[in-house]
Design a protein around this ligand. Structure first.
Ligand code: BTN
Length: 262
């Protein structure tokens, strides 16, 4: 398996801020936790934490994220001057960056499940965990955790993951070059992030829609307040999902399940 190297990633990395500093670890509990403590200690916007393996990788909703060697487990530290209500947009722009990188570098056709899943043929190939530290009206920092099942064998998965998840290696029947992949991912991320900072999130929304595996489907969304079942019609200018049931519900955050075929 190819070795990760922060030097190889930085070579020819054509970004300005994202990846300006790459903190590489062989093993950590969670790259998001390392990124948080670096952010607290003054790390700059765009610094990246990567690990070969996570002992306590974190998924959404308190789930464990299986993170053996061979995957891509990274976190990006962001310090944008935005209000907390704009932070969910960062998950969507990260999804666009991940999906474009996979599709362009691996010639696959992954799709995005709103808000944060990377799917190949409905199986999970990756996910995004965005965590934020904010005060009223002010974001101190955002950590975007990206997990991609890259050079992993499905047999390394346990339990139901064997049928619900997939890996790039399994689909391609070969390993990918993770250094080149991360390089491209950071470039795609910077592109979407700077559009967002320049008030052009609309361009990300447009790309998200073309990569969507959710729109047009019957979905069930579980939010903190309720369960909504209906047809996923669209995402709006803020990235909220519009679901048609009796009327049209606008959902800003929640857990989405696809109930119907495409
Ligand atoms: C999900 O789909 O539930 C989100 C998974 C996010 C996993 C990544 S791996 C790198 C970063 N560090 C973590 O502990 N989690 C995220």
């Amino acid at each position: 398996m190819s070795e990760f190297s922060s030097q190889a990633i930085k070579e020819n990395l054509q970004t300005i801020t994202i990846g300006s500093e790459i903190h590489y670890f062989d093993e950590v509990e969670s790259t998001n936790d390392i990124a948080k403590s670096l952010a607290e200690k003054g790390a700059k916007d765009g610094e990246v934490v990567i690990a070969e393996r996570q002992r306590k990788g974190k998924g959404r909703l308190g789930r464990v994220w299986h993170s053996p060697p061979g995957g891509i487990w990274l976190s990006i530290i962001l310090k944008p001057e935005i209000t907390p209500s704009d932070a969910p947009k960062i998950t969507l722009l990260a999804g666009v960056a991940v999906a474009r990188t996979i599709n362009e570098m691996c010639y696959l056709n992954v799709k995005l499940k709103w808000p944060n899943d990377i799917l190949f043929n409905e199986k999970k190939a990756g996910g995004i965990l965005t965590e934020m530290h904010a005060e009223v009206g002010k974001v101190n920092y955002v950590i975007v955790g990206i997990g991609i099942n890259a050079n992993l064998d499905i047999v390394s998965f346990q339990g139901e993951l064997q049928t619900t998840a997939t890996t790039l290696k399994h689909e391609l029947k070969k390993d990918i070059d993770r250094n080149k992949f991360v390089q491209r991912l950071l470039m795609e991320f910077e592109n979407e992030y700077s559009s967002f900072l320049n008030d052009n999130f609309a361009s990300t929304v447009k790309k998200w829609k073309t990569l969507s595996g959710t729109l047009g489907r019957k979905v069930r969304i579980t939010t903190a307040a309720e369960i909504i079942q209906g047809i996923a019609l669209d995402i709006d200018k803020d990235g909220a999902l519009l679901v048609k049931n009796n009327g049209i519900k606008r959902v800003l955050a929640g857990e989405c399940v696809h109930l119907s075929e495409t």
